[in-house]
Ligand binder design. Structure first.
Ligand code: AMP
Length: 211
């Protein structure tokens, strides 16, 4: 089982991808998580992430290629945050063809723009990977992770001015992917405005029914 999860910033891709990967025992491959790790030791990546710009295609594609060469992807994988440009999608198609790997579906989570901004502006995260929202999903103790007790922080690219840049990057560079994938017949539209559990159920249902 191999899937891609698409959607603009704040659509809930990461949250759903983590849960789906656990549920079905797939590898959750998040390029955003990989770059958040890489930016700790790479100032140029740090600058791109902090300003909401995309990392150059060549770097992303090579990183994903290396990851897809590991044996654990045989149990299935869920790509979250990749591809993000048509060029990346073309490269992914090439990689999959050469390895004889087939995709089963591409989820597109739809959420209105205003709702996404609200979700991102209130998002607080922990280094352990847990994610909260100041109003929609507050931790038990303010500023502290329920799971590990770590200090929650506001991602630098979740601040209001950067959010706008991320949206314009999405419109220009990532949205054309929808047209690209429409022809594949693999695109599955998910209503992301519903509750987290309902969105999860929509995706789970599609996977179980072999979509
Ligand atoms: P995300 O957590 O998916 O929103 O990604 C956070 C940031 O990592 C993005 O704003 C980009 O700077 C970078 N990034 C993640 N995935 C990609 C990708 N496929 N192509 C280019 N840059 C990416």
């Amino acid at each position: 089982m191999n899937y891609i999860i698409l959607g603009h910033p704040g659509a809930g891709k990461g949250t759903q991808a983590k849960k789906i990967a656990v549920k079905f025992g797939m590898v959750h491959l998040s390029t955003g998580d990989m770059f958040r790790e890489a930016k700790k030791s790479d100032e140029s990546i740090n600058k791109l992430l902090s300003s909401g710009q995309l990392v150059p295609d060549e770097i992303v594609v090579n990183m994903v290629r290396e990851r897809l060469e590991k044996n654990d992807i045989e149990k299935g994988f869920l790509l979250d945050g990749f591809p993000r440009t048509v060029k990346q999608a073309e490269e992914l198609d090439r990689m999959l063809r050469s390895e004889n790997i087939k995709m089963d579906g591409i989820f597109l989570i739809n959420v209105p723009f205003e709702e996404s901004v609200k979700r991102i502006a209130g998002r607080r995260v922990c280094a352990c990977g847990a994610s909260y929202h100041t109003i929609l999903l507050p931790p038990k103790e303010s500023g502290k992770c329920d799971r590990c007790g770590g200090v929650l922080f506001h991602r630098s690219d979740d601040k209001e001015d950067v959010i706008r840049d991320r949206f314009s990057v999405y419109e220009k560079q990532t949205k054309p992917l929808i047209e690209y994938y429409k022809e594949s017949g693999l695109l599955i539209y998910i209503d992301g405005l519903k509750s987290e559990s309902s969105v999860f159920e929509q995706i789970r249902g599609c996977i179980i029914s072999g979509r």
